[in-house]
Design a protein around this ligand. Sequence first.
Ligand SMILES: Nc1ncnc2c1ncn2[C@@H]1O[C@H](COP(=O)(O)OP(=O)(O)OP(=O)(O)O)[C@@H](O)[C@H]1O
Ligand SMILES: [Mg+2]
Length: 200
Amino acid sequence: MLVAIEGIDGSGKSTVIGMVADALRKEGIGLYVTQEPSSGEIGQLVRRWALQRSVDPHVDALLFAADRLHHYVTEIAPALRRGEVVITERYLESSIAYQGALGVDTEWILEINRHVPWPDLTIVLDVDPGEALRRVAARGGRPDKYEALHVLARAREILARRSLELGYVVVDASREPGAVALDVAEHIRKKLKARRHADA
Ligand SMILES: Nc1ncnc2c1ncn2[C@@H]1O[C@H](COP(=O)(O)OP(=O)(O)OP(=O)(O)O)[C@@H](O)[C@H]1O
Ligand SMILES: [Mg+2]
């Protein structure tokens, strides 16, 4: 089962995934936790290049799509074949929201991502962009070009609209991390149970 955790920068994805992974592993669930941009070579190029320099968001979309397909083939698919639950921090919806926020159209992003499967479950951590940026600033480090208030506001809007259209789970991420993690873990358990039930 493939679970994508989406949400704007500073929505708490890494924090919450860490807590959720601890809880689910204690319950004996085999997990593979990963993220995009990936740790592979294309992912490193994305971090170094697309996230810092400003060229054209279509170029970014192509790089993110290349990284995603490589990530899927080399890491996600093998983990799924081993029967593990894969949790990825960011996936397809991040491209639609972020490159979308800079004007790239959704249909084209879907087209260039055609060779990766949809996640079985998409969970969106929703938080106000002002609060998200305060968290990112407190975390330290140099902000990347997507970490601007108007970009995050637009990305949040796109995520919210698509969640409504496509039935993604939206979790209120303005609360303390423990409460957010409890909700996220519960949605993953529920989906796992439903799938086991369907297989039986
Ligand atoms: N629910 C929360 N309430 C307050 N602070 C939080 C919460 N969740 C995370 N934080 C803090 O906010 C900062 C950003 O969190 P985190 O790195 O988990 O976000 P992220 O969504 O993974 O961001 P990115 O998209 O940049 O990877 C961290 O310093 C973290 O400790
Ligand atoms: Mg993170």
